[in-house]
Design a protein around this ligand. Structure first.
Ligand SMILES: [Zn+2]
Length: 236
């Protein structure tokens, strides 16, 4: 299966992507990992991306697209992949379509994770991270530490990342609405979008996503069969 995962910041995309990729036995391709891998291996694309990042600029679409293409052509992605964080605007989506077409394949579905905006703000702005280990993550409401401001695991000090304030979150949501959300309409026109609620426990959301993708795949198969049937009828 070839799937694109979309959703606002705070929808739990990374977590869901990891579980879904595992369930579907396909690689999870995230732009963050792509950038890190290319930069650490010092590939030409990595060096190019780094030169933009070092100057505090956004990496141009062409560079991101080239990295994604390169990754999708690796042997483990032959039978499918789950894209997370790419495409993030309509021009990247168009470039992806062209790249897939050139390989004679197409997307099977676009999974849209939906979360109310206030919930996104609550999720992100309540996040507290341990100074000793960034994998020790708490939430003031959903998973509070036993002692306020102190990590349960290692007694480290908990803090709020600069990126996690309400103001920054609202800005990131604005960017998502203007740049990324239009790809949902773009893919909806191709009949590819399935929207599910990202509220609830992680495993519940994964189950919902798996069911939705299965439904989407069956729907497509049915449509293809109908198309073939009607073609057959017409020919007789
Ligand atoms: Zn800690």
């Amino acid at each position: 299966m070839r799937i694109v995962l979309v959703g606002p910041p705070g929808a739990g995309k990374g977590t869901q992507a990891a579980f879904l990729a595992k369930n579907l036995s396909i690689p999870h391709i995230s732009t963050g990992d792509l950038f890190r891998a290319n930069i650490s291996r010092q590939t030409e694309l990595g060096k190019l991306a780094k030169s933009y990042m070092d100057e505090g600029n956004l990496v141009p679409d062409e560079v991101t697209i080239a990295m994604a293409k390169d990754r999708m052509e690796q042997p483990d992605a032959v039978n499918g992949f789950l894209l997370d964080g790419f495409p993030r605007n309509v021009s990247q989506a168009e470039a992806l379509d062209q790249a897939l077409k050139a390989d004679g394949v197409e997307l099977d579905g676009v999974l849209d994770l939906e979360v109310p905006e206030d919930e996104v703000v609550k999720r992100i702005a309540g996040r507290r991270i341990c100074r000793n280990d960034s994998s020790h993550v708490f939430h003031v409401t959903y998973s509070p530490p036993k002692k306020e401001g102190v990590c349960d695991v290692c007694d480290g000090e908990l803090y709020q990342r600069d990126d996690d304030t309400e103001e920054t979150v609202r800005k990131r949501l604005e960017v998502y609405h203007t740049q990324t959300e239009p790809i949902i309409d773009y893919y909806a026109a191709q009949g590819l979008v399935v929207t599910i609620s990202a509220l609830g426990k992680v495993d519940e959301v994964t189950k919902r996503a798996m069911d939705a993708l299965k439904g989407q795949a069956e729907g497509r198969e049915q449509r293809d069969e109908d198309k073939n049937d009607s073609r057959g009828d017409g020919g007789e």
